[in-house]
Design a binder for this molecule. Structure first.
Ligand code: GBH
Length: 488
């Protein structure tokens, strides 16, 4: 088993989850500041006001990355730091731009390759209030294009750009379930606004157009001189049939991935939504104009893959409810024969199943003709980790096994199945603000002591990463040297 010698590995984070300093240096509010202020939305009533204090500790975070041996680091830009009100006619904030430009310079100086996510869910709040944010195609896509151009121009040394992180989450969690900002849902007990049957599909469509516009700008105005690459990051779980003998469950397994991943990836690679989605959603799913197809089709230089878990899938009979977003099926942790998908974690939706990762890498590669893949997130929480005293939390053997198994499954997919993975970023560098779960759920390879000035303590899993990748990459180098030797 081995990985290519140019393989990049490192860690990932997102602005609102780690930065804090929400009122510093001219930053404007984002929809997450607003959402966190609504009582009951965040499990522990917390917010990203302090988070890991990373805005003020960039040097410390880079030193940590270096100590752990990371070759790359994925982070996101807070749009409302660089354009506080967000829009194309609003003033820009030089302090915000300088912050991220300096951060990239410092990463490069430390020998770490930056991957920048432009949008990890924290829309400038003013845009939501002004015109309905992600729901407004004309305004939102024009403002995103403007913001993206400003970033490409301001940070020319960054060679890896991700337009959107997990548009599925923005659309479904933000506009169907209402558990993420801006909290829209049809459930009037939870929100006065929202239409779970329609808004998510509009938001998904608008994100695809905004992605396409940003990619066009990058390719026409910056790529020729900067020479970087750009893509989108999508989330999706692996699937196994609940009843392996039932063709309807087997079919539902594909449909589940289509509703999660192909919703975005099919338009990007083929130019239209999957047939299964059109069939179920009919006119509620927007259609692409010719001009939009031209923007979206072929707009990935790489596929950004976020992956965590797997489910058993049981098909449903009859007409699904209007607010269904899974594809008329159930997701389960046990199959028909009582087999369990994997052990519990602190996250209700996450159970480790490394074979699923390999399966999904293959599924994606076959459907989209073996694109270059960066795994932009992979990781786990640990049941009860927050209740442990520091010394015990640092011995995160469960997470070590997770990373070992998932990285080996990936290496097998590369070597034995011909899947083209070129990088891997563990989620996350730090314990951080886990959105609606607040700070109770920890995903970091580094323990953050929120009670003691956000002091950082690398866990066992942090130190394991370099030897893990060295063993896989070194082996590849030895094999390559062997192969290059003339036959005796
Ligand atoms: C990622 O998303 C985020 O990018 C990151 O910010 C976050 O901290 C990290 O994961 C850990 O949570 O049961 O069908 O409703 C999380 C991925 C995808 C997890 C959707 C929950 C629910 C699927 N999420 N999933 S469903």
């Amino acid at each position: 088993m081995s990985l290519p010698s140019d393989f990049l590995w490192g860690f990932a984070t997102a602005a609102y989850q780690i930065e804090g300093s929400t009122d510093v240096d001219g930053r404007g509010p984002s929809i997450w500041d607003t959402f966190c202020a609504i009582p009951g939305k965040i499990a522990d009533g917390s917010s990203g006001v302090v988070a890991c204090d990373s805005y003020k500790r960039t040097k410390e975070d880079i030193a940590l990355l270096k100590e752990l041996g990371a070759k790359c680091y994925r982070f996101s830009i807070s749009w409302s730091r660089v354009i506080p009100l967000g829009g194309r006619n609003d003033p820009i904030n030089q302090a915000g731009i300088d912050h991220y430009r300096q951060f990239v310079d410092d990463l490069l100086e430390a020998g770490i390759t930056p991957f920048i996510t432009l949008f990890h869910w924290d829309l400038p709040d003013a845009l939501d209030k002004r015109y309905g944010g992600l729901l407004n195609k004309e305004e939102f896509t024009a403002d995103f294009e403007n913001y993206a151009r400003l970033m490409f121009k301001s940070i020319p040394k960054c060679k890896h750009w991700i337009t959107f992180n997990e548009p599925w989450c923005s659309a479904i969690n933000g506009y169907n379930l209402g558990i993420f900002a801006p909290g829209h849902t049809s459930d009037r007990n939870k929100s006065p606004v929202g239409d779970s049957a329609r808004e998510p599909w509009i938001v998904g469509h608008n994100i695809l157009i905004a992605h396409g516009k940003a990619v066009k700008v990058y390719r026409e105005e910056f790529k020729p001189t900067q020479g970087g690459e750009i893509g989108i990051t999508l989330n999706g779980d692996a699937t196994y049939p609940w009843d392996p003998e039932d063709p309807a469950d087997i079919e539902a397994c594909d449909r589940k991935i289509e509703f999660a991943i192909s919703w975005f990836a099919d338009p990007i690679y083929f130019g239209d939504y999957p047939a299964s989605m059109r069939k179920q959603l009919g006119e509620r799913l927007p259609t692409f104009t010719e001009e939009e197809v031209a923007l979206v089709k072929g707009s990935n230089d790489f596929y950004g893959m976020n992956h965590y878990t797997a489910n058993y899938i049981k098909h449903r009979k009859g007409t699904p409810p209007e607010d269904d977003f899974l594809g008329n099926l159930e997701t389960l942790f046990y199959d028909k024969n009582g087999n369990c998908i994997g052990p519990e974690t602190q996250s209700f939706w996450l159970r480790p199943n490394a074979q699923g990762f390999r399966n999904l890498l293959n599924w994606l590669s076959k459907r989209y003709n073996y694109p270059k893949i960066y795994v932009t997130e992979n990781g786990t929480s640990l049941k009860g980790e927050s209740d442990l005293p520091l010394e015990q939390a640092l011995e995160d053997d469960f997470r070590c096994k997770y990373f070992h198994d998932y990285v080996h499954a990936m290496a097998k997919a590369v070597e034995e199945d011909g899947v083209n993975v070129k990088g891997y970023m563990a989620w996350s560098l730090l314990d951080n603000f886990e959105w609606a779960d607040g700070y109770v759920t920890r995903f970091g390879v580094t323990y953050v002591d929120y009670k003691d000035n956000c002091k950082r303590y690398p866990k066992k899993s942090a130190r394991q990463m370099k030897p893990l990748f060295d063993s896989l990459i070194k082996k590849a180098e030895v094999e390559a040297a062997e192969a290059a030797k003339p036959a005796p």
